[in-house]
Design a protein around this ligand. Sequence first.
Ligand code: DX5
Ligand code: ZN
Length: 218
Amino acid sequence: MNEPILAPSLLAGDHGALAEAAATVSRLGLAWLHLDIMDGHFVPNLSFGPETLAALRRHGSTLFFDTHLMLSEPQRYVEPFARAGANRITIHIEPAYDHAAAFKAIRAQGCKAGIALNPGTALTAIQPFLDQVDLVLVMTVQPGFGGQAFREDMLPKIAQVDRWRSERGLDLRIEVDGGIDRATAARCRANGADTFVAGTSFFADRDRAGFAASFAAL
Ligand code: DX5
Ligand code: ZN
């Protein structure tokens, strides 16, 4: 089993002081930062763009930028995000574009590639691409907003990706995103997830060191 990784989501940080929010994550000894990019089209909300990543780098962040593109045309933004400092670029299966070409482009930029699917999307949609990515992001809420309730009904989906991973010997991380806290993370872990995005629960916790330690022990 892959070691557990906690990836705090910057979306829940103070948008007037994002560099400080990223620094909070580094100071805890965490390695990853999750960046939610929204276009007001694929999802009904807007967040930040490549310039935000570049600014975080200029402010000294060396975190692994786990970049989640919630965009209708993600293939158009691979290069700008890679140039701005993304380490992983995760794109959704739902919009129509050349997915295989986009994964290739992500890797050609030197980034790791991820594939994401919404709660309403069947797993069969991502099946053909499993050998082209390093990570599967199983959304555990409908994307667009932080602070939503975890969808218990996504647990069997996580378990199925985990089964495919072992049956086919795939080198994949399984990430969950949406409504993740200490309790829901444990349930996802029991079903095979190893990478945990936490926005609201992370930034709202007064004992962030304890929070991080509980994920390391999953
Ligand atoms: C949802 C985003 C998430 C969000 C999670 O559209 O993809 O990454 O930041 O937020 P919480 O942890 O508050 O559910
Ligand atoms: Zn996300």
